[in-house]
Design a protein around this ligand. Structure first.
Ligand code: GLP
Length: 244
């Protein structure tokens, strides 16, 4: 695990964007699975700027959706598909045909998950995942407990995730109770894994992710055993520990 600690959220977002852009320059047709959530938004803003100002070409990337609320249509303003499209895919000039949606509103969610996982495998797996860290250690919606080989599947959201996502839904009572998520098996097999973590409220789970026991009770702890992991974080999340 490589850990890059920046002084601020802004600096972290710039650093992560610069490294991602360099990876894309080296592999313009990379397969990418990007998280939504608040943490990577400024990173994505920086990518748009790099496209505009430095002419970096992101348009050949193939994008796979990380997670989706169950039963929410792609047009719903709260859908993670739409969030990904408006903050990353469209600003980077990636054609919609190069996006594989994880359809939270599929009539048969189990089949949808199996088909989606096959599409990732058919594409040769993931080159890069950009992940955020749930306060309970979830990656995507791989809620604890999630074993290392948890497949792409339908999951009930934990009470903790319902609370942390309430802000997007105008109250905990409105948060969908289920989600679909790309499996731990796909995420951990990515050839490069970026984890972006910022703010004091992630301090404890970040410490457990890096140094704690490797356990399904903290799915992110499996990153300790994965290849090519870079954690981009800021001082607020890192705390007073000695710098890596
Ligand atoms: C959400 C999503 C994840 C996201 C994580 C962290 O529930 N399912 O994909 O990465 O939680 O979100 P945030 O960056 O807003 O803290």
């Amino acid at each position: 695990m490589r850990v890059v600690v920046s002084d601020s959220h802004e600096a972290m977002s710039e650093r992560a964007a610069a490294e991602f852009a360099a990876a894309v320059a080296a592999n313009p047709t990379a397969t990418v699975m990007p998280a939504t959530g608040n943490t990577p938004m400024e990173m994505y803003g920086n990518l748009s700027r790099l496209r505009r100002e430095d002419g970096i070409d992101f348009s050949k990337l193939r994008i796979f959706q990380l997670d989706a609320y169950r039963g929410i249509s792609p047009d719903d303003y709260r859908s993670l598909y739409r969030w990904m499209m408006t903050t990353l895919v469209t600003p980077l000039g990636i054609p919609q045909e190069q996006v594989v949606r994880l359809a939270g509103d599929a009539a048969d969610p189990d089949r949808e998950c199996a088909v989606f996982a096959d599409l990732v495998r058919d594409a040769g797996g993931l080159d890069i995942t950009i992940l955020g860290l749930g306060p309970n250690g979830h990656l995507g919606f791989n809620e604890p407990p999630s074993p290392v080989d948890a497949p792409t599947r339908r999951v009930p959201l934990t009470p903790e995730s319902m609370v942390s996502n309430a802000v997007y839904w105008g109250g905990e009572q409105n948060v969908p109770t289920e989600a679909l998520t790309a499996g731990m098996d796909l995420l951990l097999a990515a050839r490069a894994i970026y984890l972006v973590v910022s703010g004091e409220r992630k301090r404890e789970i970040l410490a457990r992710t890096i140094d704690g026991p490797v356990t399904p009770d903290n799915p992110a702890s499996f990153l300790q055993q994965a290849a090519n992991v870079t954690i981009f974080t800021d001082r607020a999340a890192w705390g007073d520990r000695p710098l890596p």
